[in-house]
Ligand binder design. Sequence first.
Ligand code: GH3
Ligand code: MG
Ligand code: MG
Ligand code: MG
Length: 300
Amino acid sequence: MRILVADDSLVSARVVQKALEEWGHSIIVARDGAEAWEILQREEIRLVIADWIMPVMDGLELCRTIRHSQLAGYVYVILLTSKGSKDDIVEGLGAGADDYITKPFHHEELKARVQVGIRIIELEEKLKEANKKIAALASTDALTGLPNRRVLLEHLEALVARGIREGRPVGVIFMDLDHFKRINDEYSHLAGDTVLQDVAKKLRAVKRVYDFLGRYGGEEFLILVEGVDIVTAGAIAERFRQSIKSTPVKLDSGVSLRVTASFGVTALNPAAPQSVDRLIAEADQALYSAKAQGRDRVCC
Ligand code: GH3
Ligand code: MG
Ligand code: MG
Ligand code: MG
């Protein structure tokens, strides 16, 4: 662990440094709180051992500064000071220190308290990782691995805002598999799932890196294309349609299934911008026309 030792007394700092290095930590020394704060903003350090009385910025001020900051990770601070009254300890912890040790310090005690700090820091790391996983799960559709409806709508919201600002259109392509219920009914729900996964794979392969694809609902997908008008979006939808139609889906049972999809297309008009809800409604309306006209087609 990299540990920052802030102490205006070189002798005192040396003693702490030597002990910590003996236990395998790597140490950076700062001569006062201000220098320590400068280092903390620059480098990723999670554990600080700070003296209280220092020139420029003392240990308490350093604690307060750290606690009011927006540093990326939690910084664990141990105050190591010759001030040792109960009132001092209360004041130190009140300023934001996590732990308090008095000088002259007992080596094994410092070692144990550093271990406590490391435990807390590792716990925070684990929590962060878990949070990241939860966030990923909450934004991904489990069956296809695509962004889910919530993420799609958030992304569309952002694209619309940018489109209005920059005066550029946003193509919205709504896709719905044709007679999908029949696949479930004739082959099983599991076969239906395989088809959805296969379709997602095909859409992924056809989309360009800057197109945003997600699963809107059951057998409905949405593709958002920045900077294209309704005509170009229609042509892009046509590519998706062909790709789904051209290769049948192979089920585990060996059966080959021909699948088609219908597409409803619209685009943001930056001169008279529609709301996100309106855009979805327009795409849905166009999709309805595609279904009514016999499916397996693109309607704008
Ligand atoms: P249309 O051509 O008019 O769109 O007909 P359709 O049968 O595709 O439309 P409908 O909306 O009647 O049926 C959609 C079906 O999709 C019903 C539902 O059971 C199925 N479905 C939704 N989500 C899933 C899923 O995750 N897995 C499977 N296997 N089926 C799903
Ligand atoms: Mg001092
Ligand atoms: Mg549907
Ligand atoms: Mg359908």
